[in-house]
Design a protein around this ligand. Structure first.
Ligand code: 8YV
Length: 351
């Protein structure tokens, strides 16, 4: 009977046909208009549920799940999950899932797009043209930095970082340097054409630096005034990870004082708000968190989240084994009465 089916809620309008698959197993509540939820609203929404399918706009932690005794699964549409308090969810026995792999290449494409647009001053040039300034043409106008043959730096060498490395090394003949928590196996480095260096060397040698690391306490403002000061004044900085990785005021300062040539930013610390200091600059290309936003990829992400939720709630062919569970180990360990759930890898996404 319909009443006895698990209750599931989808927090934002996604793709109706994909989301609709949940109706086969669950009592499904969808959302028609894009919504912004307060913590109290989320808490109220989650209270009667068995599962929820959410986006990174919904921040869920101990407070939001406190009144949701039946809640067993949260499916995040996104590979990054800094919007979730994984330790709190694990402690409550709630499986959290994300959507890796399906967005890797699309997000790497966007990283490269921003790199090229910033280095070659595409936004600035287009604005100038639209402003009717072409009549002021000079041979030395709109001079940017080369991409081919330059040194590409990558901070965070997960799947997306590796996608960017491949594009740089094999597509543009770049020298690729990277820094990561752990060095990749020699064979992988060789295939990518990438060389491991320490953080300071990466900052000092990159002509174009792309940030693709997960946002954690350790990576908060890792690109601050001191890090920016170590970069070449001719360099380009690209952030497609999370806004909080960069001290945006320090970045705006460096960009406006000629200490950094250009930046491409897809993510912002206070998004959807963007600092006026950045909006005022011509040498920064700004996009509204569209890293994964191709039609095919966004659909695949929602499909994976749906598959995750169905499996996490014990239904379908993969019942009990969601394709991309974040905290399955922590929950199993907690059930076995052993492990410290708080020691889960909060935010340590393999992007
Ligand atoms: C989001 C992202 O999924 O996957 C991530 O971590 O940042 C994006 O792809 C997208 O903004 C929808 O929430």
């Amino acid at each position: 009977m319909a009443e006895s089916r698990p209750r599931v809620w989808v927090s934002q309008p996604l793709f109706d046909d994909v989301i609709g698959q949940l109706g086969q197993y669950f009592d499904l509540t969808t959302t028609v208009d894009v919504a912004a939820y307060s913590s109290a609203e989320l808490s109220e929404r989650l209270a009667p549920l068995d599962g929820a399918l959410i986006t990174l706009n919904e921040r869920i932690g101990a407070r939001e799940i406190a009144h949701a005794p039946r809640l067993r699964a949260i499916a995040n549409v996104g590979v990054g999950y800094n919007n979730l308090d994984i330790a709190a969810l694990s402690a409550a026995g709630i499986v959290a899932t994300n959507t890796p792999d399906v967005l890797t290449e699309t997000t790497a494409d966007l990283g490269f797009t921003l790199l090229m647009a910033a280095a070659r001053r595409i936004s600035d040039a287009e604005r100038w043209l639209r402003e009717g300034q072409w009549g002021q043409w000079s041979f030395q106008n709109m001079l940017g930095a080369d991409i081919h043959g330059a040194t590409l730096g990558i901070l965070g060498m997960g799947r997306i970082g590796q996608g960017i490395a491949r594009r740089g090394a094999h597509g543009f003949g770049m020298r690729v340097l990277y820094h990561n928590r752990s060095q990749l196996p020699a064979q992988t480095e060789q295939a990518l054409g990438a060389q491991y260096v320490d953080f300071d060397t990466l900052l000092a040698q990159a002509d174009h630096l792309v940030l693709v690391l997960p946002y954690t306490q350790d990576s908060h403002h890792i690109i601050d005034a001191a890090a920016l000061a170590k970069m070449k004044a001719s360099a380009t900085l690209v952030n497609i990870a999370r806004g909080g990785i960069v001290d945006e005021l320090a970045l705006a300062d460096a960009l406006s004082n000629g200490r950094l040539a250009a930046a491409g930013l897809d993510v912002f610390e206070g998004e959807p708000a963007v600092r006026s200091e950045l909006l005022a600059l011509r040498n920064v290309v700004l996009t509204p968190h569209i890293g994964s936003a191709s039609l095919a990829t966004r659909r695949s992400m929602v499909q994976l989240a749906v598959d995750n939720l169905i499996a996490a709630l014990g239904e379908g062919a993969s019942a009990g084994h969601p394709p991309s569970a974040i905290n399955a180990d922590a929950i199993t360990a907690a059930k076995a009465g052993g492990a410290t759930v708080g020691a889960t890898k909060t935010g340590a996404t393999k992007r």
